[in-house]
Design a protein around this ligand. Sequence first.
Ligand code: ARG
Length: 418
Amino acid sequence: MEKVVLAYSGGLDTSVAIRWLGEKYGLDVVTLTIDLGANDRDLEGIREKAIKIGAVKAVVVDAKELFVRHFIFPALQAGALYEGEYPLATALARPLIAKLLVDVARDENAQAVAHGCTGKGNDQVRFDVAVAALAPDLKVIAPIREWKMSREEEIEYAVERGIPVPVTVASPYSIDQNLWGRSIECGALEDPWTEPPADVFQWTAAPHKSPDEPLYVELEFERGIPVALNGERMDSIALITALNELAGNHGVGRIDMVENRLVGIKSREVYEAPAAVTLHKAHQALEALTLSKDSIRFKAIVAQNYADLIYNGLWFSSLHQDIAAYVASSQRNVTGTIRVKLFKGICQVVGRQSEKSLYRHALATYDRGDAFDYTAAEGFIKLWGLPLKTQAQVQLLGQGETYGILPPKVEYKGKDES
Ligand code: ARG
């Protein structure tokens, strides 16, 4: 019999998919459950459940380390925030899950892989495209996109086959979470005018209920990678986990946005990403200290393109290889420590230091010890303004339409007296 490897969360959709893949396609199902952190799921329980429902084999993989090293940190170093805000937790996880599906499919001699995405989101695109890039011979099946069952029909299908249906009332939200953040959509959030109800949030305190004393945190980076928290070196997973907790406690990391999906629609999305928001802020502040103005300007353009590429499912592309090389190179001086203040939902950078700092006190100060050359300023201004002076004489003053850049003369009392 042919085989399929199914990305299995343990939830109702993918549980039903185990049986559906057998009935519809006559495939043996191997489930793959992946631990990407920040999820207290009972992995052994999920494994057993898969077998009980009918999987021929149930694999569980801890991919936290791979996720941090190969996905989270490169995106942090790049400053990749989709549409300026979303740290891409869900989007970054997809190519890794696709890669693991392909690896297991090869090991198990499977002919297909399957995932539980609906037909309306970005995730289906990311999975399908990533698998096509890595293993064009593998068929990709998306049962939920295909079966077109309503929620009621799905539950009926499950009950008839003895597939456990959660007794708790189904959450109105669609949630995806991993170490880098939590993504919430649907339910009341579909009205962009409605403030997110309190039950949307699980990782962050409501800012008005968060502690009345601010918390100061020191984050040390080496080449753009966080290596220590409050002076204590720790491994990356522990550091991100601790920061999710600390910043979340102070209400930091809530994002509420309307974003442009790849499939052509706008959607209202809420995210909780305390560590990601804090680390991006701190990392950016360290770059402000250690990179030149030109590098910062150029890198911002790359960051936006990189965020789009990740969001749009093009992780395994050759453009990505080139961007990755640039980003890695750009980080060689991004080493130092940033002090942030977490308070009532706000993460503020309040201190920065680095051996590679380009900030020179002697050049910046207005006090004694000022080393700035004022005479050079005069000459500089003369040349800087030269093209403008020429242009204004020939093309602006008295030359007709100025499109509002030249306001009219002011009237004032006593103007005509002398
Ligand atoms: N809009 C985000 C993205 O496309 C999050 C998707 C969340 N997925 C989910 N099943 N809730 O990356």
